[in-house]
Design a protein around this ligand. Structure first.
Ligand SMILES: Cc1ncc(C[n+]2csc(CCOP(=O)(O)OP(=O)(O)O)c2C)c(N)n1
Ligand SMILES: [Mg+2]
Length: 594
């Protein structure tokens, strides 16, 4: 193996030796060529015989570049890496999963990517579909009828093409569908025999520019006018900003719209940074659930503009409870195109007075042109107050130390832990924070961080994750991939040595049933032995710092970590926080089962 720095993105390229000039081609060569046409930059994968043909084609036919393979130690992290990459770039990369078994490992992260509405091309394989061509035992184990059924309910489209020509069309369609809003993962299952069949001349590659995703759908002028009228004449308009692109131009337009309308703005932690959280119109700290201050702001609204807010119905319910929602609701979202039967990630059905079924980014520009300025309002009463300095080793203390250590440094928060309070840190740029994992699946934080860091490499912005220890431990081997390919990132673990979120659930149960609350730790705490997270980081080749057990040691540890990351390292800091949250992580009764 010959590993060297690849020139462009500066990540390590495992460079194959050149073979003799070849005249013969195989089915998977033609499929690989199509991946290059589609400009798929990377394929995160864990290997398997079902796609040994494609694997060979990527390495020996394409020279392992465009796309380049990223070896992952678990399929779940392969898909999470692709998710993190898309969260930063709004662009798709690929993941390759071995037969039914690799696909089964990946299901959790595919569900996350689906709920997060990120584009992704997932390739898989099966077979040989022709039973006469199967090796005994293993090929039978790893062949499934209708393999795509495993993930059909949380992918946008899947297909099992029967020929190379059909595979070309399937790849074009998969890319087009994945990149059409609402975006999402698509899955193509490649028959092993088709990959390994000799082909004569490769079928000509189509002009991919003729099969692109459509331009964003624009809202009808009459709807824009009607929405603008409602907003311009409102006494107290409120804008809820949810799923939006990472574009800076889009960010500026949203700020301009809010300012022209003098509308109060709410954002949340489920989705990436979408509005400056220190702007006087930003009216409550972002949370996973609506904080009380946000509910109050919303309740006072007479017109609500929802820019693809995740769970609009649930949020309105938090403000108005069982009462009818008194505000007029303008819903901007294409999301219902992805609403189907199996998964309820579509959330409750919100009352909607005007429905612009397009992406938020497409609607804001026309709305900005159409609205009239409203007089300035007094700054929001609920502007976040600076939280008190932490005196215990807590997530708050970590956030404060990070703030101090990162003064003047551009940071991308690739993840925040469950106990994060939106007051801990301001977001002032679309890449200051990229949102949560989408499907509430713990274990995605490491992979998402590595994928985001891959996308950010060379940008000057430093990826920083704060992960729960449970999240870290489920996905830790993703950091080996980061180390191997030289993808720097800083990881701070809020290590409460527990799946603490669920201790709170056990506490609630115990109280409700008059049983001993002291037992809430059982089946939750990772103690005896305590796990050495810094050592686990070092085992992946990363730098490991900690355990940090005193408040005054957090900042120096983060500064050491930052310096290491600026020097190109992956660095994990284990901070032994006390169990406890100072944020509302419960929502309403039905949303407590996270
Ligand atoms: C895949 C998956 N398994 C289990 C859960 C249930 N769950 C929700 S939060 C949580 C605890 C996560 O632990 P950690 O990351 O350490 O954060 P903490 O709760 O300690 O703040 C668990 C197990 C889940 N959401 N997803
Ligand atoms: Mg924990």
């Amino acid at each position: 193996m010959n590993a060297k720095e690849s020139a462009a993105p500066g990540i390590v390229h495992d460079t194959p030796v050149a073979g003799p000039q070849q005249t013969e081609l195989w089915g998977s060569d033609a499929i690989a060529a199509m991946l290059r046409e589609l400009d798929i930059p990377y394929l995160a994968l864990n290997p398997g015989a079902s796609y040994r043909g494609l694997h060979d084609s990527i390495v020996n036919y394409l020279g392992n570049s465009r796309p380049q393979m990223l070896l992952c130690l678990h399929e779940e992290s392969a898909v999470s890496i692709a998710q993190g990459y898309a969260k930063v770039t709004d662009r798709m990369m690929g993941a390759v999963l071995h037969s039914n078994v690799g696909l089964m490992h990946a299901t959790m992260s595919i569900f996350n990517a689906w709920c997060d509405r990120v584009p992704m091309l997932i390739l898989g394989a099966t077979g040989p579909v022709d039973a006469a061509k199967r090796r005994p035992w293993i090929d039978w184990l790893h062949t499934a009828t209708d393999q795509g059924a495993l993930v059909r309910d949380y992918t946008k489209w899947d297909n099992q093409p029967g020929s190379v020509a059909a595979a070309h069309e399937a790849l074009l369609r998969a890319a087009q569908i994945a990149n059409t809003a609402p975006r999402g993962p698509t899955y193509i299952n490649l028959d092993a025999a088709m990959q390994e069949a000799k082909i004569g001349a490769p079928p000509p590659l189509p002009d991919v520019t003729r099969f692109r995703a459509p331009e964003p759908v624009m809202p009808a002028a009459s709807l824009v006018q009607a929405a603008a009228k409602l907003l311009s004449e409102a006494r107290n308009p409120v804008i809820l900003i949810g799923r939006v692109s990472r574009s800076e131009a889009g960010w500026r337009q949203r700020v301009a719209l809010a300012e022209r309308l003098q509308a109060r703005v709410l954002t949340d932690l489920k989705t990436g940074a979408s509005f400056p959280t220190d702007h006087p119109l930003h009216s409550a700290p972002p949370g996973t659930f609506l904080p009380a201050a946000g509910a109050k702001v919303l309740r006072e609204a007479d017109v609500v503009l929802s820019l693809d807010w995740v769970d609009l119905a649930g949020t309105l319910k938090q403000a108005w409870g069982a009462e009818a929602v008194r505000a007029k609701v303008i819903q901007v979202s294409p999301d219902a195109h992805s609403h189907r039967g199996w998964s309820m990630d579509y959330q409750g059905l919100p009352p909607t007075d005007l429905y612009l079924m397009c992406e938020a980014d497409a609607a804001v520009g026309p709305l900005l042109e159409a609205v009239k300025s409203r007089p300035a309002i007094a700054p929001a009463t609920a502007t976040p107050a600076a939280p008190a300095a932490a005196d215990a080793v807590s997530i708050r203390a970590m956030a404060q130390a990070l703030d101090a250590a990162c003064a003047g440094v551009d940071v991308c928060m690739t993840h925040v832990p469950l106990g994060w309070n939106g007051q801990y840190r301001y977001f002032r740029h679309p890449l200051d924070y990229i949102g949560q994992e989408g499907g509430g699946g713990v274990g995605a934080g490491p992979g998402i961080t590595v994928g985001a860091a891959l996308a950010l490499k060379g940008s000057g912005r430093i990826p920083v994750a704060i992960l729960g220890d449970g999240d870290f431990l489920m996905g830790v081997t993703a950091f080996w991939t980061a180390v191997h390919y030289r993808i720097p990132c800083l990881v701070l673990v809020a290590n409460n040595r527990s799946f603490f979120n669920d201790e709170l659930h056990q506490e609630r149960m115990a109280k409700e049933r008059a049983r001993p609350v002291e037992n809430k730790w059982i089946g939750q705490r990772m103690a005896d032995p305590e796990i050495d997270l810094a050592m686990m980081a070092r085992a992946q080749g990363a730098e490991g710092i900690g355990p940090v057990t005193r408040v005054e040691d957090i900042r120096p540890a983060i500064e050491r970590g930052l310096a290491a990351v600026k020097g190109g390292a992956v660095c994990v800091v284990d901070v032994r926080v006390l169990p406890g949250y100072d944020t509302n992580m419960s929502g309403s009764a039905s949303s407590q089962k996270r």
